[in-house]
Design a protein around this ligand. Structure first.
Ligand code: AMP
Length: 614
């Protein structure tokens, strides 16, 4: 049986869903939680992913990685990476080809990971969660990405899926997935065509999409957003606020102390959530820095004030999306809230006011809608699903314009933003003075202000005067929003394929293969460690259980005195051994347990065993 899951790989939380028994099921993780923190931690002895990683963050801030999605597909020199890096308790440096590299200490050694690798670990956790729940191997997935992700970020996310051992059937824009969830959940309510504005504000990214929904057809009219705006920014703003307050109160600067910053950040995120329902809350942290406790109050009004620039940015993005769709705000029938950060009352208030008091749609689950929509598309692509799923039609658009650099470092746009995907465009160019040109993505006129995707090496072109060669450039954007470029020189009568130098930020095939191998090794190490922990716990439990039993007079009365003494000594020895051998080998641990079991069954007359606990 092949199953296709839908995975929302979120900045702070991820969620996985599947189409089963004619409906979407959100898959809970082993803790029973329906979303899993996108968090990976490394310790002296093991690696944690998800809840286990998040739970130990305050103790191990420098080796607990979160927010990898904010770095994926970006360059280290990117202004945003530079601005963000000091706010994180873990270390980020520049690696080969200007890629951001995350540094951790794992099993006593320094290790370097790319954002793709960290994301692949989160994806493999989601894969394992689905496999445990469904009882089958899961290979196929639809993964969601912010609509505003550029080509590098999409490609890097796809690579992360490959490293996690997944076959990515499709990458779909997050607000589009949410629109599908909304459309199918409200199918009874949608009789005529509906213009739905999807407002998706998560942990680290913000997307707006205007989607026309009618009779199973989902047509995205325009998208807008910011791939670096979300709840993490509101947390950071509160952290900065309290770092200042701590400095004023205690004359001490905690901004260089990762542990204190990490603990403050956890407390701020909690306070932020409380402020969505209460008008004020306190932040109390014992012994935050150099023995000083920290205790302070924050009101909802203060929280809103320190984040007002972000909130206003959200509203201007909504306006931009409407303008791109050539739509008046009065034509919007539904404003659908998606993403945990849409629970912030001020955001709801500003949005409602902008749309002249419209009732905001909160009926779809803000945390699960994206995975839900992805699971529906997964069912459609793999031929599962009911009639409604099979009939579903989707028209999505490119979120950013694509072009090449021409004379004067100006970008000539070949594919404007909001063009329906897939799409293919050809244009003929000629050489000017040099023999290279670059492909850019973005909305600014000057090439330097946009994102460089790749370079053409116009080599192999027959010698000819300037402007004589005719080069046909073809841009092809697939359903995933990923671009491929080909170019041919035709003036010479031959058609010469032109080499395209891939962007050096992208992973090569060899790098991906190496990461796949590393991922397998890490997985094997995790399993080995888990076996050790299980064997250790089993021996410990057994020893303590025996210790308790021989305190029971009815058991003792059935034992010979010398057996009792022997057993007491064996139990004590086992407990001491466990204390001294926290990293004991599985075989040794099992052997020691067996020895205790043998002693247990031989020493008691009548009822032969104390009861085996495994
Ligand atoms: P998502 O990526 O959609 O799971 O959103 C996660 C973000 O939503 C995180 O930054 C959370 O701190 C934030 N969040 C979740 N619940 C609330 C809430 N009640 N109030 C404010 N922010 C929240």
């Amino acid at each position: 049986m092949t199953v296709t899951v839908g995975i929302d790989l979120g900045t702070t939380y991820s969620c996985v869903a599947v189409w089963r028994h004619n409906r979407v099921e959100i898959i809970p993780n082993e803790q029973g939680n329906r979303t899993t923190p996108s968090c990976v931690a490394f310790t002296d002895s093991e690696r944690f992913i998800g809840d286990a990683a998040k739970n130990q963050i305050a103790m191990n801030p420098v080796n607990t990685i979160f927010d990898a999605k904010r770095f994926i597909g970006r360059r280290f020199s990117d202004d945003m990476v530079q601005a963000d890096k000091s706010l994180y308790p873990f270390k980020i440096t520049g690696g080969l080809n200007d890629k951001p590299v995350i540094l951790v200490t794992y099993k006593g050694e320094e290790k370097k990971f790319s954002a793709e690798e960290i994301s692949s670990m989160v994806l493999s956790k989601m894969k394992e969660t689905s496999e445990a729940y469904l009882g089958v191997t899961v290979k196929n997935a639809v993964i969601t990405v912010p609509a505003y992700f550029n080509d590098c970020q999409r490609q890097a996310t796809k690579d992360a899926g490959t490293v996690a051992g997944l076959k990515i059937l499709r990458m779909i824009n997050e607000p589009t997935a949410a629109a599908i969830a909304y459309g199918l959940e409200n199918k009874a309510g949608i009789t005529d065509e509906t213009n739905a504005l999807i407002f998706d504000l998560g942990g680290g990214t913000f997307d707006v999409a205007l989607v026309n929904i009618g009779e199973g057809i989902f047509e995205v009219k325009a998208t807008a957003g910011d791939s670096r705006l979300g709840g993490e920014d509101f947390d950071n703003a509160m952290v900065t606020h309290f770092v200042g307050e701590f400095k004023r109160k205690h004359k001490k600067d905690i901004s260089q102390n990762p542990r204190a910053l990490g603990r403050l950040r956890v407390a701020c995120e909690r306070a932020k959530r409380i402020l969505s329902s209460a008008t004020q809350t306190s932040v109390d942290i014992d012994c935050l820095y150099e023995g000083e406790d920290f205790s302070s109050l924050i009101t909802r009004a203060k929280f809103e004030e320190i984040n007002m620039d972000f909130f206003k940015k959200c509203m201007t993005t909504v306006e931009a999306c409407l303008s791109d769709a050539n739509m008046d705000k009065n034509s919007v029938n539904e404003v659908v809230l998606v993403g945990g950060s849409t629970r912030i009352p001020k955001i709801q208030e500003m949005l409602q006011e902008f749309f002249n008091g419209i009732e905001l749609c909160k009926s779809i689950n803000a945390d699960e809608a994206i995975a839900y929509g992805a699971a529906i598309l997964g069912a459609k692509l793999s031929g599962d699903g009911d009639e409604m799923v099979r009939d579903l039609q989707l028209v999505d658009v490119t979120s950013l314009s694509l072009g090449i650099q021409t004379v004067g470092e100006i970008v000539t746009v070949l594919i404007p933003r909001n063009t329906p995907m897939p799409t293919k465009v050809e244009k003929t160019f000629s050489t000017t003075s040099d023999n290279q040109t670059c492909v850019y993505q973005g909305e600014r006129a000057k090439s330097k202000d946009n994102c460089l995707l790749g370079e053409f090496e116009l080599s192999g072109i027959p010698m000819a005067p300037r402007c004589v060669p005719r080069i046909n450039v073809c841009f092809d954007i697939d359903d995933n929003g990923i671009l491929s470029v080909s170019a041919e020189e035709t003036a010479s009568g031959q058609s010469n394929k032109i080499a395209i130098i891939n962007d050096d930020g992208k992973l090569s095939k060899e790098e991906i293969e190496k990461m796949v191998k590393d991922a397998e090794r890490f997985r094997a190490e995790d399993q080995e460690h888990r076996k050790k922990v299980d064997a250790y716990n089993a021996l410990e439990r057994y020893a303590y259980c025996m210790k308790n039993k021989i305190r029971d007079s009815s058991v003792v009365s059935r034992m010979r005195r010398e057996d009792l003494k022997k057993m007491e000594a064996a139990i004590e020895q086992a407990i001491l051994w466990l204390d001294a051998n926290e990293d004991g080998e599985v075989a040794v641990l099992m052997e020691k347990k067996k020895a205790l079991e043998r002693m247990d069954s031989c020493s008691i007359t009548g009822d032969a065993s104390l009861g085996v606990i495994s």
